[in-house]
Design a protein around this ligand. Structure first.
Ligand code: ZN
Length: 200
């Protein structure tokens, strides 16, 4: 359909809460196509409607993107994360933050319920903190005006990465307190270090 302009961090639309889709009309299907075309054009793994200036609860993901696998476009309309558990450290970026990557906290496993491009309801289980589970959480957040940097594990590191890439600074009041996730991630990292010590 069409490749759209991706809004950059600093644009107010990225901080707004998106509205539910009331009917999966032809217009919504075109929006999904535009999201996929734009995501592929930018070599992204996911893209949410607010990132192209549309405040509706729609996002797309393709975790095969960039690899040699066959394309696997997935559309999520009015998604709900119905279960989340575990914790992982995730090194993330976002098409609205060109070249800026930082460590964020995510749940390891999620179960999401949504409508597909045909308006049919589906439930998807994304496990083991793999790319799909993390992408779902990242894109879902966009629909609530939440950005990956709000989950950053080190605010000072994230701020300097934003600065290096000429992006606006962290919004301190938007930072999400995630003590439980952070504790779990630190525990896992300590365990890994111990195992490495034992191997030496
Ligand atoms: Zn993003």
């Amino acid at each position: 359909m069409a490749i759209k302009k991706v809004l950059q961090y600093g644009d107010d639309i990225l901080r707004q809460k998106s509205k539910e889709v009331t009917k999966v009309s032809r217009k919504i299907q075109i929006l999904c196509e535009d999201l996929l075309d734009t995501m592929y054009a930018q070599n992204g793994v996911g893209l949410a409607a607010p990132q192209i200036g549309v405040s509706l609860r729609v996002f797309v993901i393709d975790v095969s993107n960039g690899s040699n696998e066959k394309l696997n476009p997935m559309v999520f309309i009015n998604p709900k994360i119905i279960k989340k558990s575990g914790a992982v450290n995730s090194y993330e970026g976002c098409l609205s933050f060109p070249k800026a990557y930082t460590n964020v906290r995510r749940y390891k496993d999620v179960v999401v319920k949504a409508l597909n491009q045909k308006g049919k309801s589906f439930v998807l289980e994304a496990k083991e903190g793999e790319l799909l589970a993390r992408a779902i959480q990242h894109e879902f957040d966009h629909l609530d005006g939440i950005l990956f940097i709000d989950h950053c594990r080190n605010r000072f590191e994230a701020d300097s990465i934003l600065k290096e890439n000429n992006l606006p600074p962290i919004c301190v009041e938007k930072l999400i307190k995630e003590d439980e996730l952070e504790n779990e991630i630190q525990k896992q990292q300590a365990k890994k270090e111990n195992q490495n010590e034992e191997k030496k």
